[in-house]
Design a protein around this ligand. Structure first.
Ligand code: ATP
Ligand code: MG
Length: 425
């Protein structure tokens, strides 16, 4: 029979990789706690309407990347392609925005029907960080500092920060006209994708990765030259705060984001180490979004980190020993020992917190179990035979250094295991 395979672009994270993922997630949790952010766990499915209204009709995501389906009741649902909309929806629904700010984060899978390639998948994971109810550039700076701290914490080097300001909705609308005028004059230079976007989402053309458009886009009008006074002041204050905090950045006037809800500050962290998919984190302000999806007027800002790309950077860096292997492999040989093995193992687990112990009370002779013990990479083999059972002892054999072995009474075994576990941390 033909074996069933996973869906294209949706990958298993195998046990060999989960230690790196956990290291990343633990670091993120600790850093976020240090800035007073709280974890939110929204569902992965939302009403399609939520993303249409927030991400925007004329975006790649809504036009062609959403996993949308009708449930058995005919309700139109979507596997979330991003998480800001869900966080905002939850904050409005639970009334968290009344008169106070909310600092939230979430880690989980997102779904986009994109062309799968290195660094781009159909199920991928993001760390999402959102600060709702804060108007000032100080919170944009806080988010950037938090990101920088996470990179340092993970030992990642060479991440560049690019920032831009998209101004208010009004500025965006008038800039859009200017840009369309310019691009229409240069219409023959546009590629097919950009031609299409000229009518629907012209700002996004600035973000085109097509090198043949570069010179023409380089000369296009820049939104930063058309900012209103409040947007300009906000952007300048942000830059001053970053500089005062020792954060290096580049203003990239062509940095726009792929989602419609951004206003004012936008930013990306970029690496050159991953080829084409170099953006590891993107975010910015979305001061209009809460109101647009039915909440009270609420300024807000946030970012999302692509975790697959961070994991790839971590795996390319210096190798880290992840202490995951078992401390001990308990093998029972003989009828009585097989019957008593779990009782002994439970006793050891009671007595030695954090002990990683594998129990082999299955079929097989001594030789076969010894082989399995070796394969398990355990530091110790604990042999429980008929003699040991009778005398309430265990034979303890060191696996990696010549196989020295000794018989231990159970209290001595517990002491020796405790030492080993506290050494391995
Ligand atoms: P890109 O320009 O790489 O398409 P984006 O602008 O669509 O990114 P966002 O929606 O802002 O990305 O998501 C934030 C981050 O999530 C990205 O910077 C990237 O690291 C990651 N990301 C986005 N889409 C994918 C995907 N399909 N597979 C893996 N990671 C992704
Ligand atoms: Mg994208």
């Amino acid at each position: 029979m033909k074996a069933i395979q996973a869906i294209r672009g949706m990958k298993d994270i195998p046990p060999a990789d989960t230690p790196v993922w956990r290291r990343l997630e633990d670091a993120a949790r600790e850093v976020l706690a240090g800035y007073g952010y709280h974890e939110l766990r929204p569902p992965v499915v939302e009403k399609t309407e939520l993303f249409r209204r927030s991400v925007g009709e004329a975006t790649d995501i809504v036009e062609k990347e959403m996993y949308t389906f009708a449930d058995r009741n005919g309700e139109n649902l979507t596997l979330r392609p991003e998480c800001t909309a869900s966080c905002v929806r939850a904050a409005i629904e639970h009334g968290w925005l009344r008169g106070r700010g909310q600092r939230l984060w979430h880690i989980g899978p997102m779904f986009r029907y994109e062309k799968p390639q290195k660094g781009r998948y159909r199920q991928f994971h993001q760390l999402d960080v959102e600060a709702l109810g804060f108007p000032g550039p100080d919170i944009d700076a806080e988010l950037i500092l938090l990101g920088a701290r996470l990179w340092r914490r993970l030992g990642l080097e060479g991440l560049r920060l690019e920032i831009n300001s998209l101004g208010s909705r009004e500025i965006q609308a008038s800039y859009r006209n200017r840009l369309v005028e310019y691009l229409t004059v240069h219409a023959e230079d546009l590629d097919e994708d950009s031609q299409r976007r000229l009518g629907s989402n012209p700002l996004r053309i600035l973000d085109s990765k097509n090198p043949s458009l570069r010179d023409m886009l380089e000369a296009a009008p820049r939104i930063v030259d058309h900012l209103d006074a409040p947007s300009r002041a906000h952007f300048e204050q942000l830059q001053a705060m970053l500089t005062a905090s020792g954060i290096e950045f580049r203003v990239n006037p062509r940095l726009v984001r792929g989602l419609d809800y951004y206003t004012g500050t936008v930013f990306e962290w970029i690496t050159d180490a991953l080829g084409a998919q170099g953006a590891v984190c993107g975010g910015g302000r979305y001061d209009g979004l809460v109101e647009e999806i039915g909440g009270p007027p609420t300024p807000a800002t946030g970012f999302a980190v692509g975790l697959e790309r961070i994991v790839a950077l971590m795996q390319a860096g210096p190798e880290q020993a992840d202490a995951e292997g078992p401390h001990a492999y308990l093998m029972a040989v003989g009828e009585d020992a097989v019957r008593g093995a779990h009782a002994l193992a439970e006793q050891l687990r009671d007595a030695v917190p954090n002990l990683r112990l594998i129990v082999d009370a299955g079929p097989g002779n001594f030789k076969r179990k010894m082989k399995s013990a070796d394969r398990s990479q355990a530091e110790l083999a604990l042999i429980l035979g008929e003699d040991e059972m009778r005398e309430q002892q265990v034979t303890c054999k060191r696996m990696h250094d010549g196989g020295e072995q000794q018989r231990l009474a159970r209290p001595d075994l517990i002491e020796s295991l405790s030492k080993r576990v506290s050494l391995s941390g």
